[in-house]
Design a protein around this ligand. Structure first.
Ligand SMILES: [Zn+2]
Ligand SMILES: [Zn+2]
Length: 269
C-alpha cells in the first residue's frame, strides 16, 4: 500500500495509515516517527511523491480550508456525533470538550455566565438564551495539531445516504407529541435539580471532615460552580499544547514532592 494519498482538490498529502494530512516538508519526519521508516527510505518516498504531484500546499499559508461543509473528504478520518459551538462554529468530539470550549473561549456556561449571578439573572439567562452548542453528525480535520487542525462539518458522501422513509398515522403523531412534551417537562425538572446542585454552598463546620476543615476548601470554593472547577483539573486535550506542557510539568512536580516527603518523613502521601 502506498503511504500517501494525494488530494488534488485540497492540495495535500494524506497519510493512508494515520488518515490525516502531512505537510510536504514533514513527510520524511512523519514516516520515521510514526511508521519507523528509515531516514534514507523516507527521503526517497518523499522525493518521489513530491516529483509526481505538483499541486500541493507547501505551508499553512498556502492551504485553503473549507468554508462551507464539503462532502466527506476521502482518506481523511471521519468523526461522528460531535458538538458544534453556536458562537464560533468550533467542533469538539465530546460534551465535556464543547462545555470547556464555551467556558474558556466565550466565558459562557449552559445556563449562565461565570461567577455567581443572582437567581433572577440566572433564570432570565436560561429563558432567553439560544443553545450554546448543537449536535453535529459527521466531521473531519486535515491536520492533527497547530494550523488547520480545526474540525469542520462534512456531508455524507452521495449515494451512501440512507433514505429514511417515514410514515406516521395521526394517532402515532399525537402520541409522539404528548411524549415529546412529557420529555420536555422531565428535562426541565432535571435541569432545575442539576442547577440547584451546581453551586457550592459553604458547609457547616460539623459537616466537613478534618482534612477539609484544615485546608478550608469549603470556604475558598464557596460560590464556584462544580463544573468550572472540574475543568481546571481535567487533562488537556491533544490540541492544547501549552496546557499539556503545564500538565506534564505539574505531574513531574507532584512526583518530585511525593518522593521528597517519602524520603524526609518516611511517609507515603
Ligand atoms: Zn501516518
Ligand atoms: Zn465557540
Amino acid at each position: 500500500m502506498e503511504y500517501f494519498h494525494h488530494s488534488e482538490e485540497w492540495k495535500v498529502f494524506i497519510c493512508n495509515n494515520c488518515m490525516h494530512a502531512v505537510w510536504p516538508d514533514k513527510i520524511q519526519k512523519h514516516l520515521k516517527q510514526k511508521h519507523g521508516v528509515a531516514n534514507e527510505k523516507g527521503a526517497k518516498i518523499s522525493e518521489e511523491i513530491r516529483q509526481r504531484f505538483h499541486t500541493v500546499a507547501e505551508n499553512p499559508a498556502d492551504f485553503v480550508s473549507p468554508t462551507i461543509p464539503p462532502e466527506e473528504i476521502p482518506h481523511l478520518q471521519v468523526y461522528t456525533d460531535g458538538f458544534q459551538c453556536q458562537v464560533c462554529q468550533a467542533i469538539r468530539k465530546t460534551r465535556e470538550g464543547i462545555r470547556k470550549h464555551c467556558r474558556q473561549a466565550h466565558n459562557r456556561t449552559e445556563h449562565t455566565h461565570r461567577g455567581q449571578p443572582s437567581r433572577a439573572k440566572q433564570r432570565a439567562v436560561a429563558r432567553s438564551e439560544q443553545p450554546l452548542w448543537i449536535a453535529v453528525d459527521r466531521f473531519q480535520r486535515f491536520f492533527p495539531s497547530r494550523e488547520h487542525s480545526n474540525y469542520f462539518q462534512v456531508r455524507e458522501q452521495r449515494g451512501r445516504q440512507r433514505h429514511r422513509v417515514c410514515y406516521a398515522s395521526e394517532e402515532v403523531q399525537w402520541a409522539a407529541k404528548v411524549n415529546g412534551e412529557l420529555d420536555g417537562i422531565w428535562k426541565k425538572a432535571a435541569e432545575i435539580r442539576a442547577k440547584a446542585d451546581r453551586i457550592i454552598e459553604e458547609g457547616e463546620t460539623d459537616e466537613v471532615n478534618k482534612w477539609v476543615d484544615r485546608t478550608k476548601w469549603n470556604r475558598y470554593l464557596k460560590g464556584y460552580e462544580h463544573e468550572a472547577l472540574l475543568d481546571l483539573v481535567e487533562k488537556p486535550e491533544e490540541e492544547e499544547e501549552v496546557e499539556d506542557a503545564i500538565w506534564s510539568a505539574m505531574a513531574g512536580l507532584a512526583k518530585f514532592c511525593q518522593k521528597t516527603v517519602a524520603q524526609k518523613a518516611g511517609l507515603f502521601v
